[in-house]
Design a protein around this ligand. Structure first.
Ligand code: ZN
Length: 136
């Protein structure tokens, strides 16, 4: 999945968030989704399909990004960080602090962290980054 992302993704939003180093970057997939939507190959309902749970998490534990939603262009995006793994809820845990993330990363068991950008207004959502945590 890594294919010279830095060069290929020039000019695209870099994002900040909690999973800032290493891991997998989904910016190209995101751009492809947005392109398909602009070209009319994908409906707005398909790209704005955030579940109720995700929207709620976005509202209560999302971190505001300094970027407008690419779909409705009326609302700022937020990022939600999820972690899935042993001793965590089945539907994942919504992580809101670096401290908590560091604690999960320090565990023996492997967990997987995901950062999703969400627009709580129209429901646009896309995976931004993922990273393996723990297991070290
Ligand atoms: Zn939106």
């Amino acid at each position: 999945m890594k294919m010279g992302l830095n060069a290929a993704a020039g000019g695209l939003p870099t994002g900040g968030g909690r999973l800032d180093s290493a891991g997998i970057d989904y910016r190209l997939a995101r751009e492809a989704t947005l392109r398909a939507w602009r070209d009319g190959d994908t409906s707005r309902e398909e790209v704005c399909d955030a579940q109720r749970e995700l929207r709620r998490n976005a509202e209560f534990c999302g971190e505001p990004l300094d970027r407008m939603c690419p779909i409705c262009e009326e609302h700022e995006l937020v990022e939600v960080t999820y972690v899935f793994g042993p001793r965590l809820p089945k539907h994942g845990r919504c992580v809101t602090s670096d401290k908590e993330l560091a604690r999960i990363d320090a565990r023996q068991g492997e967990s997987q962290g995901y950062v999703v950008e969400v627009c709580v207004e129209c429901g646009w959502n896309h995976l931004t980054r993922s990273k393996q945590l723990g297991g070290g």
